[in-house]
Design a protein around this ligand. Sequence first.
Ligand code: 1QQ
Length: 387
Amino acid sequence: MREKALSILVLVMLGTVSAQKVTIPIPIGVSVAQTSNVALLGREQVIGAQIAEQFFNSQGGINGTPFKLYFEDTSGDEAGAINAFQTQINRNKVVAIIGPTLSQQAFAADKIAVEAKVPVIGPSNTAKGIPQIGDFVTRVSAPVAIVAPYAVKAALKLDPNIKKVAVMYAQNDAFSTSETGTFQDTVKAQGLEITTVQKFQTTDTDFTTQVTAALGTKPDLIIISGLAADGGNLVKQLRLAGFKGLLIGGNGLNTANVFPVCQQYCDGVIIAQAYSPTAPGSLNAAFRTVYKNTYKREPSQFTAQAFAGVQVVVTALRALDKQKKLDQWDLPELRVALMKQILSGRYNTPLGPISFGPDRDIIQESNYVAQIKMDADGKNGKFEFLK
Ligand code: 1QQ
């Protein structure tokens, strides 16, 4: 009798496992850095995802079925990203994950999603090799290999006399290492001289050694690949040490959240952009209006990319729902179909039209360059677009 009861129990349990239906509202995971220094970048992503959730649900969500974003903080390191991804997959039972913030985290956490066959959309992972992590990984963030060279070209346009370039990068960060490679190749291809390559850590706060070494080579231009806290401090320390030439910051400095770090010394830093607030298109206009009404300034690239990540998932889900209502799908079946659908679509996002190539990488037509302009008091500033 007891054995029979037990075997019925086992059968029931097996039944629930095999018939794991998609839950309503449709759960979509967002795992970015909400804490740690990396939250200087991640906080902008949370806002973009939240705006998208509100916007697309107010349009009826997935053809009348609402979706819900599950935020699981990755913090700034690999372990945090792995934990957050596991929670999204196993507890929240999400159909896809948008995240993590850093390429450094993506190289550790995306594998978990690949093994579980859960689609991952990198909202800001720009290092070389991200889509190659596995067949469930793509990104809405244009790679540094494509975006970064525009910053060098813009600097040369502002100052055609640039000859000597010092390069500095965070050697413990995958994105910074990838980006400096692109910067160095671009500098050489432009016929300029690299006077020194200085390394630091994203956890560093004192850059005296690197600043002294770099300025000793009398560069006309300095290019920094790091994250917001370290990069912002380095900019400040270079200016305080008397550097007067042009500065290029990489994607890790691409946020108004560096303004309190480098204050008036942020002024003039050139940063390439995968988004412009004034880009054409009705969706960008709507996104920009919602953002400006709440935050009283222009939306940033990271906010727009997170919005686009949610948009891609929602658009692909709408297409699948037309084939078979979403509550009729088994979760594993939907996750696999969703990845295929994501990759086959073309999306008119605030970033402009995007699609995905056979290598799963983003194809984005538009790119821009901006320069930081700080107010006289050094407290507030803005990104002024050069291109
Ligand atoms: C990466 C990046 C960071 C600067 C994102 C915030 O581009 O890690 O790939």
